[in-house]
Ligand binder design. Structure first.
Ligand code: LLP
Length: 426
């Protein structure tokens, strides 16, 4: 994060606060949010995409304090469950700046969204169109909707592969014709207002050409809709998925570079198809929250396994960061509580859970004198770590503290064993 530095005696500071003080006050493991970092990422996206709408994808990490931050910074918010919607509304997010996603929104969730007056609903199935039509008719409202289109661009980390088939659960298939059928059905349905098309091609994407192919394809569909019904849809959402640097090997695009490329391709393609340029929106989650947080752990044991490798065990693990085990994700780690002049050794940072796949950082050079009591910081844990945390092995989930200008405050409280026992009512 931006305000992280090494203090005079070598310990890390964030927002002007020493991590040793934070660990003493709030305990470990703990997620430390550099509020200025998150806010400046919001501002970077806002200024790069000025004139467009930037929806923060709340699935990356959502709590009331973050909703207030992104709201104050002028972002919109993408939620994909009733639970995320509840957090957003309870933190005062203006409903008209909320977009509601999901491939299986229940009748209850859709009703809540309509009653709250969310700005748009991104429809994902024929069942949903039917549900929404009935609910809107009952309530005599006319919700704004986007159609989520599966464009056949399969995005992977560092690359994308254009595929002919679209074998996944989200959206309506472009190639198969169901996207056009869904859009025309909504155009013909008085009670729903079709505002535009939506595509999201994946996550942690570095190669922006995937977004270009996807934009071209959805605009092609937009032209087909115009040709069939003489309507020009006023909006286009290109989704999120912008990659961040987890290690020094990753080289993400800046919001400015992304904005330039996306605008150019949309403008060129609209010119080629004689379409009016639609109002654009994007949905970054990871690129806003990911780099703003590091997890602060304490080392518990250091084990040299027969000269093969040094295992450094910390007081959390796969319950606070499942991404290494689930996606083979790469993270880095650094001793945060001091500096050391001992030569580095190749270490693996592991957790305290009862399985060997409980790895936080696969390979990292740590000082050879790394020892119990040291604090370790793992950066880039703001997205999909707390939001995907579990209570595996009855480990209470860590809290989140926000640090800014020398002040630290708890924004998500650490769970206690009593919290967990309270659910166990047998
Ligand atoms: N918009 C839609 C419709 C999405 O489905 C997603 C992510 C986003 C935006 C935000 O994507 P982002 O900018 O954060 O990459 N748990 C996985 C990531 C799953 C992403 C799901 N959808 C991970 O930890 O990598």
């Amino acid at each position: 994060p931006r305000t992280v530095a090494r203090g005079a005696d070598g310990a890390l500071t964030v927002g002007g606060l020493d991590v040793r003080t934070l660990a003493a006050e709030f305990g470990t493991p703990v997620y430390v949010l550099d509020e200025e970092d998150l806010r400046s990422r919001c501002r970077d996206f806002r200024s790069a995409f000025s004139g467009d709408d930037v929806y923060y994808a709340g699935k990356a990490f959502l709590c009331r304090a973050v909703v207030r931050m992104i709201n104050e910074e002028g972002l919109h918010l993408d939620v994909c469950t009733g639970g995320e919607l509840a957090v957003a509304l309870s933190a005062g997010m203006p409903p008209e700046r909320i977009g509601f996603h999901g491939n299986n929104k229940s009748v209850t969730e859709l009703a809540r969204a309509l009653d709250a007056g969310v700005g748009r609903i991104i429809v994902d199935s024929v069942d949903e169109i039917e549900r929404l039509t009935a609910l809107a008719r009952d309530r005599e409202v006319r919700p704004k909707v986007l159609v989520r289109v599966t464009v056949g661009v399969e995005a992977h980390t560092h690359e994308f592969i254009a595929t002919a088939h679209e074998d996944q659960k989200f959206g309506f298939s472009l190639a198969g014709g169901s996207a056009l059928a869904a859009a025309l059905r909504i155009v013909d349905e008085d009670v729903l207002e079709l505002r535009g098309l939506h595509s999201h091609i994946g996550s942690q994407i570095f190669d922006a050409s995937g977004f270009e192919v996807s934009a071209r394809r959805v605009l092609g569909l937009q032209a087909q809709i115009r040709d069939a019904r003489s309507v020009e849809l006023p909006e286009l959402d290109l989704g999120g998925g912008f990659g961040i640097a987890y290690t020094t090997q990753d080289d993400p695009s800046t919001p400015q570079e992304l904005a330039k490329r996306l605008h150019r391709i949309v403008e060129d393609e609209c010119a080629a198809l004689a379409l009016r340029v639609p109002h654009l929106s994007i949905e970054p989650g990871r690129a806003i929250a990911g780099p703003a947080v590091f997890t602060l752990y304490q080392v518990g044991t250091v084990k040299d396994v027969d000269g093969l490798r040094t295992y450094v065990s910390v007081d959390g693990g796969m319950s606070d960061n499942i991404r290494t085990a689930l996606y083979d994700a790469s993270y880095s780690a650094t001793v945060a509580s001091r500096t050391s002049t001992t030569p580095p050794i190749l270490a693996r940072v592991v957790g305290k859970h009862c399985e060997s796949g409980d790895i936080v950082v696969k390979d990292e050079f740590l000082p050879a004198d790394v020892q119990p009591g040291d604090l370790l910081a793992v950066p880039g844990t703001g997205a999909y770590c707390r939001s995907m945390a579990s209570n595996y092995n009855h480990v209470p989930r860590p809290g989140v503290i926000a640090v800014r200008d020398g002040v630290a405050r708890v924004i998500v409280r650490r769970e206690t064993e009593d919290d967990l026992l309270a659910l166990d009512v047998g």
